[in-house]
Design a binder for this molecule. Structure first.
Ligand code: THU
Length: 132
């Protein structure tokens, strides 16, 4: 990967510092590297209405897409120190919209593709009108 893992994880840790997680206390940071070398970060944002919480991964993804990015090469992800974090199913599906080749980078873990974490995602090709 041309982009340094350490740079991506440092950006994710930095984003984690800005997490808003007063209810769970579980602070997460994500950093998405675009194909043109930009890094867009996100943190989890919780709400007094608990189900409205937004994960760090989707915060980063939606921020990046809103800025016009469409191609991503890597996602750095950190949870609370010492926690082996994994992206939730909803985030896997949201990220898969933009390609399953994305490399997921975590501290002390082997890098994996999003495709390995979410095989057979729902995709736009399935939205066609069924015949008959
Ligand atoms: N969370 C994330 O931001 N990303 C994950 O991969 C897992 C969970 C957040 C959602 C919620 O604010 C808190 O962590 C506890 O579930």
């Amino acid at each position: 990967m041309p982009l340094a893992r350490s740079e991506l994880l440092a950006a994710a840790r930095d984003a984690r510092d800005r997490a808003y997680a007063p209810y769970s206390g579980f602070r997460v940071g994500a950093a998405l590297a675009t194909d043109d070398g930009e890094i867009v970060t996100g943190a989890n944002v919780e709400n007094a209405s608990y189900p409205l919480a937004m994960c760090a991964e989707r915060s980063a993804l939606f921020a990046a897409v809103s800025r016009g990015a469409r191609k991503f090469v890597a996602l750095g992800l950190v949870g609370p120190p010492g926690v082996e974090i994994a992206p939730c199913g909803a985030c896997r599906q949201s990220l898969a919209e933009f390609g399953s080749e994305l490399i997921v980078v975590r501290e002390g873990r082997e890098d994996v593709t999003l495709g390995a974490l979410l095989p057979d995602p729902f995709g736009s090709e399935m939205l066609r009108e069924p015949a008959g």
